[in-house]
Structures are given as structure tokens and as C-alpha cells.
Design a protein around this ligand. Structure first.
Ligand SMILES: Nc1nc2c(ncn2[C@@H]2O[C@H](COP(=O)(O)OP(=O)(O)OP(=O)(O)O)[C@@H](O)[C@H]2O)c(=O)[nH]1
Ligand SMILES: [Mg+2]
Length: 215
């Protein structure tokens, strides 16, 4: 029998599903990060995403976690679904490229968008500065990244999808954030909102379109 630590396990059985959303400007490496995480492969080419969904099962802190990861479009013309997945997601990775200052500025916009849609500052987020291998092209310092994460009050990692640096850490940190909040809510005796779940049900299809679990 799996540990039933935390509300998540108690509420949804041992294989709790976590709905994660990958956000960030076009070309920062969102798809590459997910592909490295799930299949240990690095796509050399930039194939702009419209919307893709991936599933994988991992263990984090000795508890199983089924991850539903939504890979979103960085490009503005593909953003019609944005409000819906902003509401429905449980945890968000906000990514930028350390080689692209504009993508770093956009990270703040994504945080504000999450706030505008969800009306709470207490949404699980991890900030990611990707392409850390491209040191000669760096435009955003580690300190600036850390500073923004302090502002967001969230974990921060500089990753390289190319070299698979800190990729697992990002997803583990995000799931921990979600679990932490659930444990706090359970301790506080707060009732879980049903609204997000029913909304999610209507939205399930984009997450089901592509299913991978090729560990
Ligand atoms: N050197 C290096 N290149 C990377 C890294 N991550 C991604 N890239 C490259 O950057 C380009 C864009 O990567 P994608 O993963 O397609 O970017 P994306 O954020 O998904 O882009 P959209 O889907 O258009 O929003 C590709 O050519 C990748 O090979 C990295 O960590 N290091
Ligand atoms: Mg992509």
C-alpha cells in the first residue's frame, strides 16, 4: 500500500494526477525540456508547437505521480486556449531562454496572466531559465533569474534541455509545490474547490491528444 501522506493521495487514490502547463515565449525550449524529461531525447530543430499533451508516471519523494503535461504555443497566434488551460492547470512552468532578454521580460507577463485568470497569487509555479549551455550567448544573468523567482516566491532553475541539466528537478519541484499546498489546505481544514475539477473534465481532450510514457 502506498503512503497516503497528503490530501492528494487520500482524495484521488494512490496514483494522483498532476496537471502541469509549460509556458514561455516561442523558441525558449519548452518542447525540448518536455521531450528530454519524458524520452531523454533532444530535438535539434525548432518545430513551433500549437498544443501537445504528454503523460508520464514518475516517483517524487517516494510517492507516485502521474503527470499530464501540456506543452503550449509560444507564438501569439496559437493562444486561443490560453485562459482555459490557465484555469485548469494545477502547476505552471514559466520558462525563458538565458540567451533572450525579451523572453525573460515575457516571463513576468506570464505570471501576471496566471494571476489575472486565477485571481490568486498562490498558484504553484517554477521559473526556468533554459539554454544554460549557451554561455557565450547569455543575455540574462543567474542573479536576475534568482531575483525574479524571489519576486514570484517560487523555485528557480537554470536548465539545459540540450544537456539534460536540471530537467528532472524542475518537474519534481513543481509537484512538491502542489503537494505542499494540498497539505497546508488539509491542515487548515479547507474544502477543496470542485470548480477546477469540473472545468478540467471539459478540457481533458487536449491533454489526451498525444500520450507518451517511454521511460
Ligand atoms: N543549445 C540549446 N538549444 C536548445 C535548448 N533547448 C532548446 N533548444 C533549441 O531551441 C530551439 C527551440 O526549441 P523548442 O523546444 O522547439 O522551443 P519551444 O519553446 O517549444 O518553441 P514554441 O513551440 O515555438 O513555443 C530548437 O532548435 C532547440 O533545439 C537548450 O537547452 N540548449
Ligand atoms: Mg514547442
Amino acid at each position: 500500500m502506498e503512503s497516503s501522506r497528503g490530501l492528494g493521495a487520500a482524495a484521488s487514490g494512490p496514483s494522483r494526477e498532476y496537471k502541469l502547463v509549460m509556458l514561455g515565449e516561442g523558441g525558449v525550449g519548452k518542447s525540448a525540456i518536455i521531450m528530454q524529461f519524458i524520452s531523454h531525447r533532444f530535438p535539434e530543430d525548432h518545430d513551433p508547437t500549437i498544443e501537445d499533451a504528454y503523460k508520464t508516471q514518475i516517483r517524487i519523494d517516494d510517492e507516485p505521480a502521474n503527470l499530464d503535461i501540456l506543452d503550449t504555443a509560444g507564438q501569439a497566434e496559437f493562444t486561443a486556449m490560453r485562459d482555459q488551460y490557465m484555469r485548469a492547470g494545477e502547476g505552471f512552468i514559466i520558462s525563458y531562454s538565458i540567451t533572450d532578454r525579451r523572453s525573460f521580460q515575457e516571463a513576468r507577463q506570464f505570471k501576471q496572466l496566471i494571476y489575472r485568470v486565477r485571481r490568486t497569487t498562490d498558484t504553484p509555479v517554477v521559473l526556468v531559465g533554459n539554454k544554460s549551455d549557451l554561455t557565450h550567448l547569455r543575455q540574462v544573468s543567474v542573479e536576475e533569474g534568482r531575483g525574479l523567482a524571489r519576486e514570484f516566491q517560487c523555485p528557480f532553475f537554470e536548465t539545459s534541455a540540450a544537456f539534460r541539466y536540471y530537467i528532472d528537478e524542475v518537474f519534481a519541484a513543481l509537484v512538491r509545490q502542489i503537494r505542499q499546498r494540498e497539505e497546508e489546505a488539509a491542515r487548515g481544514g479547507e474544502k477543496k474547490s470542485r470548480r477546477h475539477h469540473s472545468f478540467w473534465t471539459r478540457l481533458r481532450s487536449p491533454f489526451r491528444r498525444k500520450q507518451h510514457s517511454e521511460h
